[in-house]
Design a protein around this ligand. Structure first.
Ligand code: HEC
Ligand code: HEC
Length: 392
């Protein structure tokens, strides 16, 4: 027996990057603040799968599909052999593992593509922004989640397989995926390292994907948030959905005391109440004349939460009880749910002061889009001073 190279560098890099990305996507599902990381990892995984498919044809011996092309029947009978302890040792992928690999590659594609549709419908972002409504994208979201769960089960199965095989054949399979080598009988084919070609390919593919994604967010965010006033070219990928409707008169009248809250944040019946009670508006008298009042109410109603297709408006509208007519965005159940993790101390800290100061944390509050990618939670001065001290 001699120690030979089985897993070439690109295959190992692919394996561990995919594994870490998979873990990362699971860790970033809960909070919207991590959505751009989640989407980035999704792009990365799709890029990796693209690479692996090419490497399955052009790669070294054990990385090629031809070396682990087994039928489901062989996979099942191998699984039976593993369970009764009689499975033969394979230096490359074994039949059961091979089927798991093909399924994982396929599922990554399915989960990645349904992710694109979910992002397009729910956030009106990415490649399929504008291609479908929020309601239509729900099916894709369900598939996205289902696919991710099936992938998780497969990964757990793969884990169990690695442990079982390692015990059965007294070798550390996880370590050989790190070092790339295994003990083999003389005459077994050796993977000829073609490092330069491989690493170049990997860097090119993941680099291009990452750059594309980053450029797309960055350029479109600049445009959305207005970081630069002019000279922004149209981004290649519409990461940001269509601009919401605007109205100069409304901005003028409703943006003088506080930020003009975009109509998509409350349902029409709330806006009617706000305008009806304009003389006692949170302790202030708006003193609008009748024509102005009608004009603004018309703008508010025709762009209200029950009319707009953004994720926030859909969810705000859905969260309010049918009979309720909230005057505040900050008292709608969806808003409360989304902000429940912010502590009282944070709300009172200097850069925020009031819950209605949306722009303190949402860079695109003025535009009313409330994109996850435009969220930026300010650190209170006291906290940042402490962090500074700690870092010294
Ligand atoms: C004269 C000053 C003034 C003007 C003009 C004004 N508001 Fe207000 N508005 C207030 C005050 C004060 C509050 C309460 C802020 C707080 O509690 O932090 C408020 C709160 C609100 C809220 C609730 C925000 C929340 O907590 O969710 C909405 C909605 C709102 N205003 C809509 C409007 C609209 C629509 C117009 C234009 C027709 C308008 N406001 C014009 C003073 C004003
Ligand atoms: C202290 C910072 C802060 C302020 C001020 C704030 N938010 Fe938020 N907002 C957050 C955070 C953090 C989240 C993300 C919660 C999560 O991860 O799910 C969020 C999420 C949201 C979302 C959900 C985004 C989505 O996925 O659709 C909406 C809508 C929203 N905020 C609207 C508002 C509005 C309207 C105001 C002002 C009335 C406001 N926020 C004020 C911190 C803030």
């Amino acid at each position: 027996m001699q120690r030979i190279l089985i897993w070439d560098i690109p295959t190992r890099l692919f394996h561990w990057t995919l594994a870490l990305s998979f873990l990362g996507t699971w860790l970033t599902t809960e909070s919207d603040r991590w959505l751009s990381v989640h989407v980035f990892l999704g792009y990365l995984m799709l890029g990796l799968v693209g690479f692996r498919v090419i490497w399955g044809w052009l790669g070294t011996h054990y990385a090629r599909f031809a070396s682990f092309w087994f039928s489901p029947r062989e996979a099942l009978s191998y699984l039976r052999n593993v369970l009764d302890g009689t499975a033969a040792r394979h230096i490359g992928h074994n039949p059961t593992g091979s089927i798991a690999i093909y399924l994982l590659l396929l599922l990554t594609l399915v989960v990645g593509l349904t992710g694109f549709f979910t992002l397009g419908g729910e956030e009106q972002q990415g490649l399929f922004s504008g291609a479908m409504s929020l309601v239509q994208s729900r099916t894709f979201k369900k598939l996205h989640e289902l696919g991710a769960w099936v992938m998780l089960l497969l990964v757990i199965g793969h884990f169990a397989g690695v442990v079982l095989e390692s015990v059965l054949h007294r070798e550390n399979l996880a370590r050989s995926m790190l070092t790339g080598t295994k003990l083999a009988a003389p005459g077994a084919p050796v993977a000829q390292p073609r490092r330069l070609v491989a690493v170049l390919m990997l860097v090119l593919m993941t680099g291009a994907g990452g750059w594309w994604f980053y450029y797309a967010i960055d350029a479109s965010l600049d445009q959305q948030v207005g970081r630069h006033e002019s000279g922004i070219e149209e981004p290649q990928v519409k990461f940001v959905g269509a601009k919401l409707t605007d109205d100069a008169k409304w901005r003028d009248e409703c943006g003088s005391c506080h930020m003009a809250f975009h109509p998509n944040l409350l349902p029409s019946r709330s806006w009617q109440r706000v305008m009806r009670e304009q003389e006692r508006h949170f302790g202030a008298d708006l003193a609008l004349d009748a024509p102005t009042q009608a004009l603004i109410l018309n703008f508010l109603s025709s762009n209200s939460a029950d009319r707009q297709g953004t994720e926030a408006s859909f969810k705000i509208a859905r969260s309010i009880k049918p009979g309720a007519v909230p005057l505040r965005i900050t008292e709608t159940p969806y808003w409360i749910k989304k902000h429940r993790n912010i502590s009282a101390a944070q709300w009172q800290s200097a850069p925020i002061k009031s819950q209605a100061n949306c722009a303190a944390c949402h860079q695109d509050a003025e535009q009313g889009t409330f994109l996850d990618a435009a969220m930026q939670i300010p650190v209170a001065p006291a906290a940042s001073a402490a962090a500074f001290k700690a870092s010294q």
